[in-house]
Design a protein around this ligand. Structure first.
Ligand SMILES: N[C@@H](CCC[C@H](N)C(=O)O)C(=O)O
Length: 307
């Protein structure tokens, strides 16, 4: 029988960003220690509420490590405590941080006028999120290529064998700062043919094996267009998320996808990208060694867990 443990009897909130969906747990004073099995029970789509991840909404000042965060970023009043559906921790969630800010705003926990911004603490560092009407842009911070030397020489730094495809392919590792591997495919038919399953004998395999695990993005570049006088690239993506499985979107994954295609394109490749995912579309902008992500955020329900 399902046990929600410390979460039993609580009111939670569900929401999504381009259909990457989350269960938010309001815990402003940091009273809750949520175990991996409690996260997994709530995120279970058949016996729980259902979600790709769980986000505890907590004041930075209520965290043990909060003093360090606040010393460096005194304005990071709120901390996004993100967990994957299996209960594991991740450094960052690009779709989640927009939903998190939308929740803070909707619940009246922050004032956020159109054009205003708020700094959010995350395990990957403090992130500024700016409201643009009903969309949000998150400054996702620094990105880098963990295997830059090898990638510069051969365009990839890992070999990935993906069930459903006709043999292993080169992948590019990107940190934003959570780990991603991006693999380019020639067309939408191969994109549809890939089996993106997390467990068991039919999961993708990597050589070398990423030590911290990885998220995997399969991308089909769709070319470039001129939009408002500037060149914008487009890419279609499917994603297999670490700790979750295939999801309908992944914000950090869309950043990795755009950054990989831009890296492969070389000098002159656009800085702005539309990334099309099964759950919708986001926009990624590269600003030197930083990357920004713009997209929607919606809240869907208040849910009271049974005792
Ligand atoms: N869906 C998220 C990424 C969540 C974390 C990821 N599964 C990991 O383990 O790194 C996003 O929108 O970025």
């Amino acid at each position: 029988m399902t046990s929600f443990g410390v979460l039993a009897g609580r009111t939670l909130v569900t929401g999504h960003g381009t259909e990457n969906d989350f269960v938010l747990v309001p815990d402003p004073d940091g009273e809750l220690t949520i175990t991996p099995s409690e996260v997994a029970a709530v995120c279970d789509r058949h016996a729980g509420v259902g979600g790709d991840g769980l986000i505890r909404v907590v004041r930075s000042g209520a965290l043990t490590a909060g003093a360090d965060l606040l010393a460096e970023h005194p304005d990071a009043e709120w901390f996004m405590d993100y967990r994957n559906a299996d209960g594991s921790y991740a450094e960052m969630c690009g779709n989640g941080v927009r939903v998190f800010v939308h929740y803070l705003r909707t619940a009246g926990l922050i004032d956020l006028d159109d054009g205003g911004s708020v700094v959010v603490g995350t395990r990957g560092g403090a992130r500024r999120v700016t409201r643009e009407g009903e969309q949000y842009t998150a400054d996702m911070g620094r990105w880098w290529l963990p295997g830059a030397e090898q990638a510069a020489a051969q365009g990839h730094d890992v070999v990935v064998d993906i069930p459903g495809l006709d043999g292993p392919r080169g992948g590019l590792r990107i940190a934003v700062p959570n780990p991603h591997v991006v693999v380019a495919l020639p067309d939408e038919a191969s994109l549809a043919a890939a089996h993106l399953i997390l467990d068991g004998a039919s999961q993708p395999t990597y050589e070398p094996v990423p030590p911290e695990g990885t998220n995997l993005e399969l991308v089909v570049p769709l070319g470039e267009n001129v939009d408002d006088g500037s060149v914008v690239g487009a890419v279609r993506m499917r994603v297999l998320e670490r700790g979750v499985g295939e999801t309908r979107s992944c914000g950090t994954g869309t950043c990795a996808a755009a950054l990989a295609v831009r890296t492969w394109g070389g000098a002159g490749s656009p800085d702005t990208w539309r990334v099309l995912v099964p759950g919708g579309e986001v926009r990624v902008r590269v600003d030197g060694d930083r990357v920004l992500l713009t997209g929607s955020a919606e809240l869907t329900a208040d849910v009271v867990l049974r005792d």
